[in-house]
Design a protein around this ligand. Structure first.
Ligand code: NAD
Length: 496
């Protein structure tokens, strides 16, 4: 059954056709639960020639696409929504095969992608401009939004089906052309999606797919015809992308890593909070940029800790396509070693290992990159692990005395992707949402993922740039404003 997903050497989609990469070297795409090789993706210097070809096709396409009325530009998106819905199950299974997450998580991811297509269908409204009549006698002033040109997206491994859609539908609806570079770890999902894009009534070169790793990225960052870069990935690479892209005069939005705190107050609904918080920590095996990581209790008499422990322990880990599995493997054997090393380091720093998910063996999937739910308690507040993005199924339990202590702890962290509070107190909730230095805040919510009509915010080291992905921010990012001032003196009017 799993063989349906195997793809041989992956091709790029450039100028409306599937074309072989100019790079012969490939790396393997591996199912993290089984170690089965799912495909081979081009990787190496030759991919920069692929970028040249894709940019050339995209630049040509931009000349006419940018002149197509916006109402016509969104029409292919309606068809794309329909195709994504019709093929959602197959795409979801592909996501699970290459990323390891559960099928339910993959289905949710596709739903989020579709919602972005739906919101981008509203671009005719979102792109509307401003007009002031009579700024002086006989003079009007207005601002219009025009597309930028060729835009590119560099995506991470953890949401292969969703993250490109934070940008792609908005970019093309605004009149740009678009090149996507998926993560080389999970390129198959976008190949499936591009098999649908191929069926749209889109001029050649409006959307392209180019595989590869850092050589592809650098070629996009350096190409003068690429006007904007949307990046999502780790903070280290986000900073690099932001600075190299900006140095080359490009518009850049770069979303980075995270270390998300969640505070549970004693007045919270404990059963609900525990369920939601463990889902947040261990969902997608902790490989969400909005995964809760530092779980802070204030005034816990032991009940919350006990309930979190029981909930974590009872989670079923396994192959994401198997029914009843609640958590899959981490993406690679390197990632597994890295997470296990960080757990070890946490213990070395003085934490107690309440639950140890290392050395997990899943029957039938003995070679998989599995780590079961793990809980560290009592990491030193000035240590390294409490501030390090682990990106695996690890909860750090922290007990603090007051809400102010929790806010201090949160605001001293260098990431600012998400902060959440569980409480039944309106006043504490209000204070928290006002004072927490994070771009996405949840009150009694464990994964504060903005819907498509809102920007996917992120602050501090979790985001470099001004305008985020999704919704109105995306439309602003993918357009440049032009202000026009016009004088039409009354004396010039003719009588007919
Ligand atoms: P990554 O930074 O390793 O890779 C992201 C992309 O950058 C990939 O396409 C990769 O090919 C490319 N890349 C990697 N190294 C590069 C280099 N040296 N030079 C140029 N390009 C390079 O990230 P990842 O491991 O794929 O994804 C996980 C990270 O992404 C986590 O840190 C997670 O928090 C973050 N993330 C953030 C958000 C957000 O919205 N803030 C969302 C999802 C994931």
């Amino acid at each position: 059954m799993t063989n349906n997903f195997i793809m041989e050497n992956l091709s790029n989609y450039i100028g409306g056709a599937w074309v072989k990469s100019k790079e012969d070297n490939t790396i393997e795409v591996i199912n993290p639960a089984t170690q089965e090789i799912l495909g081979k993706v081009p990787y190496g210097n030759g991919t920069s020639v692929d970028v040249e070809d894709a940019v050339e096709a995209a630049s040509q396409a931009f000349k006419s696409w940018s002149q197509v009325p916006v109402m016509k530009r969104v029409q292919p998106l309606y068809k794309l929504k329909q195709l994504l819905e019709e093929n959602a199950e197959e795409i979801a299974r592909t996501i699970t095969m290459e990323s390891g997450k559960t099928l339910a998580e993959s289905r949710g991811e596709i739903q989020r992608a579709i919602e972005n297509v739906e919101v981008a269908c509203g671009t005719p409204m979102l792109i509307q401009s401003e007009f002031s009549e009579n700024i002086a006698t006989g003079v009007d002033e207005f601002m219009i939004r025009q597309p930028l040109g060729v835009c590119a997206c560099i995506a991470p491994f953890n949401f292969p089906g969703m993250i490109p859609f934070w940008f792609l539908p908005y970019a093309i609806a605004c009149g740009n052309t678009f090149i996507l570079k998926p993560s080389e770890k999970v390129p198959l999902t976008m190949v499936k999606v591009f098999q649908l894009i191929e069926q749209l009534d889109l001029p050649k070169g409006v959307i392209s797919l180019v595989h590869g790793g850092k050589e592809t990225v650098n070629a996009l960052l350096d190409h003068p015809e690429v006007k904007a870069i949307s990046f999502v990935g780790s903070t280290q690479i986000a900073k690099y992308i932001y600075s190299r892209g900006a140095a080359n005069g490009k518009r850049v939005q770069a979303q980075g890593g995270a270390k998300n705190p969640v505070v549970i107050l004693p007045d919270a609904d404990i059963d609900m909070s525990v369920q939601i918080v463990t889902d947040s920590v261990f969902g997608c095996a902790g490989q969400r940029c909005l995964a809760a990581s530092n779980i802070i209790t204030v005034g816990d008499n032991g009940n919350i800790k006990e309930a979190l422990y029981e909930s974590a322990k009872s989670r079923t880990t396994g192959f994401g396509l198997d029914e009843k599995v609640e958590m899959g493997p981490v993406i690679s054997s390197e990632s597994k070693s890295r997470v296990e090393h960080l757990i070890e380091k946490g213990v070395h720093e003085g934490a107690k290992l309440l639950l140890d998910g290392r050395n997990a063996t899943i029957e039938g999937y003995e070679k998989g990159n599995f780590i079961k739910p793990t809980i560290l308690e009592g990491l030193p507040l000035d240590g390294e692990i409490i501030r390090t993005e682990i990106f695996g199924p690890v909860m750090s339990l922290i007990e603090l005395k007051t809400v102010d202590d929790a806010l201090n702890f949160i605001n001293n962290g260098h990431y600012g992707n998400m902060a959440c509070l569980f409480t039944s107190s309106g006043a504490n909730a209000r204070k928290f949402r006002n004072q927490a230095n994070a771009g996405n805040v949840g009150i009694n919510i464990g994964v504060a993922a903005p819907m498509a009509q809102f920007p996917f915010s992120g602050w501090k080291e979790s985001f470099f740039g001004d305008l985020h992905g999704q919704g109105r921010h995306a439309v602003e990012f993918f357009t440049q404003t032009k202000v026009v001032i016009e004088r039409w003196p009354k004396e010039w009017s003719r009588k007919f």
